[in-house]
Design a protein around this ligand. Sequence first.
Ligand SMILES: Cc1cc2nc3c(=O)[nH]c(=O)nc-3n(C[C@H](O)[C@H](O)[C@H](O)COP(=O)(O)OP(=O)(O)OC[C@H]3O[C@@H](n4cnc5c(N)ncnc54)[C@H](O)[C@@H]3O)c2cc1C
Length: 326
Amino acid sequence: MKQFQYMRPSTQQAVLEAINKPGTKIIAGGTNLVDLMKRGVTAPDKLVDINHLPLKSIAATKTGLHIGALALNSTVSENSLVMQKQPLLSMALKAGASPQLRNMATVGGNMMQRTRCTYFYDITMPCNKREPGSGCGALEGYNRMHSIFGASPQCIAVHPSDMCVSLAALDAVVIVSGHKGERRIPFTEFHRLPGDHPEMDNHLAKDELITGVEIPDNNFAKNSYYLKVRDRQSYAFALVSVAAALDIDNGTIKQARLAMGGVAHKPWRLIDAEKALIGKSVSEESFKQAAEIAMQGAKAYEYNSFKLKLAPATITEALKHASGLV
Ligand SMILES: Cc1cc2nc3c(=O)[nH]c(=O)nc-3n(C[C@H](O)[C@H](O)[C@H](O)COP(=O)(O)OP(=O)(O)OC[C@H]3O[C@@H](n4cnc5c(N)ncnc54)[C@H](O)[C@@H]3O)c2cc1C
């Protein structure tokens, strides 16, 4: 591993000044960044440890819930406000990684974690995300874990986070701070599709820091579910995951939120399927119809065509759990 400098500023201003210089990277829990450094995927000159910043709080606001960027994944998943107001987020976090990793991983780091595409991690292979212009090893390679929505000829990798799928479904807002002040970015617009620039995972500027995330209050707490399908029951990334949240009145769906993980370069929100559910009665038939709508435009590659069946089945099953049908 390349030698690097390490600093631990205690003010946000000092962090912003430090990250404005080339070759610097923020480190929070380090569970993703250090792996990438050890494998030579990234080689920063300087690490800016943000763990001294006061960004760990979880608090109710007038309109929702505010979670600091340094709140640990384990703390958030067990927090009583989160479990009461936004159980979908708690479920998604508990489906991710392992207890040890969740004890280190932060909310901001989770949002910024990089793809688990094996071609991205293997520095002997071509990867436009790691080395722009080098090609995409996965396109004609072993692409079992890869995307079925929103890919480009440059990159077919998927975003690996569970937490982010639930935050996309829950209309969360990312709060970032930079030299020009604070910005609020709707969660669904934070991550980006690969297009011609797969090296860019999201819309955070180089000199910006994530300070927190806000989830607006909603009526989904009673009827939400996170379903993750993976090769092992724990400690494995999603083949397909679904965050489902429903507002049900007397057996009729008033509002629906759906997002999928393991299928695209970003958490994949299913707006058309959500619209199709409004006014429908809670039934397997309605859920299957919504799943069919959600799959429009899906495209598989050589080794991941099973996702074309797995994804709609997972949507249907997640909705059955969320609605209490099972
Ligand atoms: C074996 C293993 C299994 C895993 N399984 C899962 C899984 O099933 N599901 C899942 O969702 N995740 C999984 N993960 C990933 C894990 O959730 C992430 O590694 C973790 O969330 C990253 O958080 P961190 O605080 O450690 O980030 P770090 O490693 O410290 O940082 C990651 C990136 O975020 C940037 N960053 C960190 N904080 C900020 C901030 N506030 N503002 C701007 N940039 C910031 C860093 O510069 C870096 O680029 C797994 C990880 C491992 C190692």
